[in-house]
Each structure stands twice: as C-alpha cells, then as structure tokens.
Write a protein that binds this ligand. Structure first.
Ligand code: DQQ
Length: 510
C-alpha cells in the first residue's frame, strides 16, 4: 500500500473504518470503535443486562483504559451507553480504570475496580445511579492503600466480591514471586475499609513445567469464585487467567471446595482451548438463575492492523456455564443467540466416507449444530471459511479415542496454518481434549462471525480468530478420514446481524 493510501485510510473516522472492515463481527459485541478487552461489572438489574468492558474510545490500543458500557434486554442486541468510568485527572486511577465487578450494596450499585497509577494498581470504589449510567468515585479511593506487607508480589489487581455471613469478602489477583499465582482474600463491612485475611490459594506456576497445557502462570488475572449445583452435587469453582511477565496465556479454573479462608482444589482445567482468544472471563448469575460468562477474544493480527482498522477486541457470545456429572464445567452459547438464526438448512442423515468432503453451508456469519457419529478409527475434518480452491481454509479435526473402559476422550485440533494468505495473521495451532459423551456421539456447535470463531465440542469451548483475505472464503465442508462419519442430527443457519453498520456511536443499537 502506498503512503498516500495509508494516510487516506487512517484519516477516515475510526468508526467508519471499523464498520467497513470485513473482519469485524456482526453478531458479537464489539466496541463502537477503539479498543476493548475484559468484560467487567456484569449484572442484570431491573431485567436489563449490563455489560461493562475495558475500553479505550480514543484508539485501538490498550492505553488509559475506561469502562465502556452497553445494555441489552435479550443478551443478543446491545445498546451503547455513555462511558461509565474514565481515568481521573489526578489521583489513584489517573492512568486507567482497570478490571472489576459490580455489586448491589443494599440497593446502591457499587463498582469495585483497579485504579492504575503509574505501574501500580490499587482497589477503588464508585457508586452508581439506578440506571447504572452515572458513577461517582469514592473520595476514600484507593480503598486498600497498598498490597499486603511481607509478601513478594508480582502484581495486585482485579476483583471478585461477594456477601458472606453479613460481611463482604473480596479476592484480588496476584502472584507470589518464586511460587505462582494467587488470589488474596480480604474482608470488609462497608466495601471501603478492608482487612487482609491471607491467600485463598497459591499456585505452583513459578516452578511447574511451562509447556503444560494447564500451566497456571506466575500471576492470576481476573480471579473469580462462585459455587455451582449440578449432576455431581455442589462444587466451588475458582476461575482465573494465567499471566506471566506481561504475556496473557489462557483462562483456567480449579474445581474444589471453598472452606473457611481457603480453597481446596481437586482439579485444574482449561476453560477454553483457544488460549488467549478467550481471556479474562467474568460471569454472573442472571434473573433466571443461570451462570452467564463473557470473555475477551483478543486479536490475532498485528497491532498496526487493528489501529488501521479503527477497532480491536471482540466480546464472546454470552456462555451458560453448567456443572457436569464428571465434576467439570460445560459451556454453551446462551440459547437466546438462536434468535438470530435464519435460512435453516437441514443436514441430518448426511454421510461421509473417507475421501471427498461434503459441502454443508456457505457464509461468514453462520451457526452450525451437528450431532455426529464417528466409526471406530474415523475422524472428522470440519473445514470453515474455505475458498473454492482451498487456498484459504481453517480446519477443525475431531477424533474419538478410547483409552480403556469408560475412559474415552475426543481430541480436537484447530489448524489455522492456511486460515489466511496474510502472512502477518496468527496461524498457531490450538488443540486439546473434549469430554466424551456416554452415547459416543460428538455434539458440535460452530459459531462463525467473520474473524471470530466460537467452537464447542461436547461442551468444551475452543475460541479463535481467523483473517481470511478472500471474499469467497465462505465454505463449510465436512470430510471423513479413516472411516465413516454420519450426521445423526444437524442443521446450519445464516446468522443475522445483531447491530447495524454505520450507526452513530452514541446510543446506537448494536
Ligand atoms: N486487563 C485489565 C487488568 C487485567 C487484564 C487491564 C486482563 O485489570 O488484569 O485492562 O486482561
């Protein structure tokens, strides 16, 4: 591209550049323009869903972060709201209002967030109007003056806050140098004055093998503690995002028991196999009693490309989190998302033998749901965003493996090596295991929204970004290798836009 062309492109307003970017999703929440990262302050109040998020409205870079705000009545269509929190002109959040949560303090909506000053973050509080549009920062900020003394900490930020036994409890994400990530427990009667209790749990990431798929990092970002009821009874879950020396790795969760002032883990799991493509998740319980989670889909193209496009970062679709019989979590897109399905194509009964792939659907905004049977030894290759000549394609490989009686698993691998002809697009492989179903079938849900891919295999999520350069990279195909693959039940739909391109930034319906 010539210098003049580059200049011309970057001179157009960011919102116009963003709207014309073919990689910009149309049924995921994206910032009006500029930068988006973590979901924050998730809540449902008077029936309205509120999604706050880490936002830089000025440019598609992570700098002087504010809290963006959007509302929805159905978890599908979002309305932009005025920015909720902006960094102060001076004081504890002069360099950014970093991640946090929203709690109801006896009817008063209250945000607990990390104020950034220089290279440090400290807990701050703000109270809101009933409609959550106007926020007042507490003059006592920061409400914790410094991290606990006597610990050699890597960082100190992000909050999980809940009411317990007539008091407030809070976890703050951190890491103990030489040991691993941690969640530091505090207690308060008024959300303003906090007593340090101790570490809820300390990880072993500093000495563990870093190549392990469930490596827990040296610092835990966005810690979150909640309980769930499910087929296996009641469990406590501690979610966190593994961070190390400025690198965002992946979101994980411990299952176990929260007892007294500690968490006793009995399992460590990846929340999503997409690594940093589903990062810093936060969840809440909605009015229907569901645990609903959002996460940040990071970009897989260079920073300069995002700046030129005028926007960066995608919010995941809302995911309903449930507890399975095996004690692990299962994730599924909230059922409301199906409201955007159009032009159903039935795929039930299609059979593939090893060889030629079968065309299933076409489009760059799709929802495909399949229940497939794999003959012993067979594996399925689901090809997405493919051009007719296969010069660009993204391949999801699914193989059933039986390791012994009742010890089956489904291996999944997302091959992005040919997802884009753009050499700068990330092409790293994403891989891992999904649980097997008792009936041996594999349930697949594939949500394709231009550059955003959310894939669910038997309830195991794998999220990724892809950047095909060709407009005809729209085919979805299914092929079998090593045996027969049959679609026992399935359909594909075109997905309608959840927001209109070209809408004004303020108050736009998205
Ligand atoms: N993003 C926020 C931090 C958090 C990180 C800053 C996770 O509060 O630790 O924007 O992505």
């Amino acid at each position: 591209m010539t210098e003049t062309a580059t200049t011309r492109i970057t001179e157009r307003p960011a919102s116009v550049r963003a709207d014309t970017d073919p990689h910009r999703p149309r049924f995921h929440f994206v910032p009006p323009s500029g930068w988006l990262n973590d979901p924050n302050g998730l809540t449902q109040r008077d029936g309205v869903y509120h999604l706050f998020y880490q936002h830089n409205p000025e440019a598609a870079v992570h700098h002087r972060i504010s809290w963006g705000h959007a509302t929805s009545r159905d978890l599908v269509h979002w309305q932009d709201e005025p920015v909720a929190l902006v960094p102060g002109d001076s004081g504890p959040d002069v360099d950014g209002c970093w991640s946090g949560v929203l709690v109801d303090d006896g009817g008063v909506p209250t945000i607990v967030y990390s104020g950034r000053h220089g290279e440090r973050e400290l807990p701050c509080v703000a109270t809101g109007s009933d409609d959550l549009r106007a926020w007042t920062k507490d003059p006592r900020n920061p409400v914790v003056a410094a991290p606990p003394a006597g610990l050699d900490l890597v960082a100190f930020r992000d909050h999980s806050v809940w009411r317990e036994g007539g008091r407030w409890r809070q976890l703050i994400g951190s890491g103990i140098r030489g040991r691993g990530g941690t969640a530091l427990l505090y207690e308060s009667v008024d959300l303003r004055s906090w007593d340090y209790v101790g570490p809820l749990l300390v990880g072993t990431g500093a000495t563990d093998d870093r190549s392990r798929p469930d490596w827990t990092g040296t610092m835990w970002e966005c810690v979150e503690l909640f309980g769930l009821q499910g087929g296996s009874g009641a469990r406590d879950v501690l979610v966190f995002s593994a961070w190390d020396e400025g690198q965002t790795h992946h979101a994980l969760y411990f299952t176990g028991e929260y007892v007294g002032d500690t968490f006793v883990p009995d399992g460590t799991h990846r929340l999503d196999l997409g690594g940093r493509y589903f990062y810093a998740p936060q969840s809440f319980t909605d009015d229907a009693g569901r645990r609903v989670m959002f996460g940040w889909l990071q970009e897989g193209r260079p920073d300069a490309a995002a700046v030129a496009a005028g926007w960066s970062g995608v919010m995941s679709l809302p995911r309903v989190v449930t507890l399975a019989e095996d004690g692990g979590l299962r994730l599924a897109p909230a059922p409301e998302i199906a409201d955007l399905r159009r032009d159903r194509v039935t795929l039930t009964g299609r059979e593939m033998l090893a060889g030629e792939p079968a065309a299933l659907a076409s489009g760059d905004q799709l929802d495909v749901e399949l229940l497939i049977a794999l003959e012993p030894g067979a594996s399925a290759r689901l090809v997405l965003r493919a051009t007719p000549d296969a010069s660009e394609e993204t391949v999801l490989e699914i193989a059933r493996e039986t390791r012994g009686r009742g010890d089956a698993r489904v291996r999944i691998r997302l091959d992005r090596s040919r997802s884009s002809l753009d050499p700068a697009a990330d092409r790293g492989e994403l891989t891992g295991d999904a649980p097997a179903r008792a009936d041996g079938l594999v349930h697949l849900r594939l949500l394709v929204d231009r550059s955003a891919l959310e894939l669910f295999v038997n309830g195991q999520a794998l999220t990724a970004r892809v950047y095909p350069t060709r407009a005809d990279a729209v085919a979805v195909r299914l092929a079998a290798t090593g045996g027969r693959v049959r679609i026992e039940d399935g359909a594909a739909w075109r997905m309608e836009d959840a927001w209109q391109a070209g809408a004004p930034d303020e108050g736009a319906s998205r």
